[in-house]
Design a protein around this ligand. Structure first.
Ligand code: NAD
Ligand code: DAU
Length: 335
């Protein structure tokens, strides 16, 4: 069992990173240093209310070696969330994805090698590519890498760097690959928050293609508990898949949102499909369940979604400043 006293959370002002910081504050005693560049996706407000005695925010880039030399020797572990994360953006401009996702991970690994620091890498199920809609198989830790988009290929590259730094230099690493997260504080560019905030603004939700694509949804708090289990109990050098058996067609998710928000379930627009759009993701989480005893707690998707809708309803000041420019970008892309 690895028992860190202090953890650096990169990307801790983003969606999953900030929910993970909150989870750590509520469920552990660790001291937390957040390293976040505050890109368009980072938000200082995501850490509002966390105790300053436990959490320190450092605004900076994971590619900044001098800053890493200052920060990394002072922590027992790094949990690495920082990344460019939106597939549509990676199709429009892949450059920041190569820099933050590949080079950024490289700089952190080098710092861990220099200071003997434990490293947990947060990755995605998208590194495995996609599955056919009529296929019954799911991704496992043994599925070959086959990423489709610029985003997922940079995440795959970063996973391979982590594996190499473990095998070649003996850096103490673990990797987790998780499916689609939902929860509070997710940027309005992403599917679920975009549709909820469209309805709240009186605009029509937008569905790509024919809506048959399947995503495997997990509540962000279940992702956080799984990451903690892998960090503290996982085997060094290993990969763990994280998922909560939450497969849903996009069309069905959208109809559930509309119904929960008191709208007609056909009250949306069909829009241009994403180029290279992955059809289906599905995680077999047997390894983390059997080896680490992890279990998701949010197993009722509709109930979880209702909670997220309430959060966006109650936090208009958080998302409204982002909404206009996101929709202007989508509109230019015909989406
Ligand atoms: P997000 O886009 O909401 O947040 C990313 C954060 O990283 C932002 O706060 C941003 O400012 C920061 N960041 C970006 N580049 C940086 C850099 N160079 N230096 C320092 N900080 C930087 O992302 P998210 O959805 O919370 O995803 C977090 C991680 O989880 C990513 O690694 C992503 O690949 C992975 N992941 C996401 C999902 C999902 O469903 N969202 C699923 C599986 C894995
Ligand atoms: O699977 C994990 C991945 O999940 C993470 O690695 C990514 O960082 C995260 O962004 C997410 O990727 P997706 O591309 O699956 O998420 P997104 O929210 O962009 O889209 C979810 C699905 O909804 C996808 O099939 C595209 C579709 N979609 C999306 C938007 C924004 C729509 O139909 N309409 C939309 O307006």
């Amino acid at each position: 069992m690895f028992e860190p006293n202090s953890v650096m959370v990169t990307g801790g002002a983003g969606f999953i990173g900030s929910n993970f910081v909150r989870w750590l504050v509520d469920n552990t005693d660790v001291r937390i240093v957040v390293l976040d560049k505050l890109t368009y996706a980072g938000n200082r407000g995501n850490l509002t209310g966390v105790p300053e005695s436990r959490v320190k925010l450092v605004v900076g880039d994971i590619c900044d070696d001098a800053l890493l030399d200052e920060l990394v020797p002072c922590v027992d572990a790094i949990v690495h969330f920082a990344a460019e994360t939106h597939n549509d953006n990676s199709i429009a401009d892949p450059a920041p994805f190569v820099s933050s996702n590949i080079e950024g991970t490289y700089h952190l690994l080098e710092a861990c090698r220099k200071y003997g620091t434990r490293f947990h890498h947060i990755s995605t199920d998208e590194v495995y590519g996609d599955l056919d809609l009529d296929d019954t198989t799911r991704f496992t830790e043994a599925t070959p890498y086959c990423p489709s988009s610029p985003y997922s290929s940079t995440k795959a590259a970063s996973d391979l760097l982590v594996r190499a730094w473990h095998r070649t230099y003996g850096v103490a690493t673990t990797i987790s690959n998780c499916s689609n997260n939902y929860g509070p504080r997710q940027h309005v560019e992403k599917f679920i928050p975009r549709q909820i905030t469209n309805v709240l603004c009186g605009a029509r939700p937008k569905l790509y293609g024919d809506g048959s694509n399947v995503r495997d949804w997990i509540h962000v708090d279940d992702h956080s508990s799984a990451v903690w289990d892998v960090l503290t109990k996982g085997r060094l050098g290993d990969t763990y898949l994280i998922g909560a058996d939450g497969e849903q067609r996009n069309l069905d998710v959208l109809r559930t949102i509309l119904t929960l928000m008191g709208k007609d379930s056909d009250d949306f627009d069909w829009v241009r499909d994403r180029p290279g759009h992955d059809r289906r993701y599905a995680i077999d989480a047997s390894k983390i369940r059997t080896e680490l005893g992890w279990r998701p707690r949010h197993v009722d998707f509709e109930e979880g979604l209702a909670g997220v809708i309430d959060w966006y309803r109650e936090n208009e000041s958080w998302w409204m400043p982002l909404k206009e420019s996101v929709e202007a970008t989508y509109s230019m892309r015909g989406q």
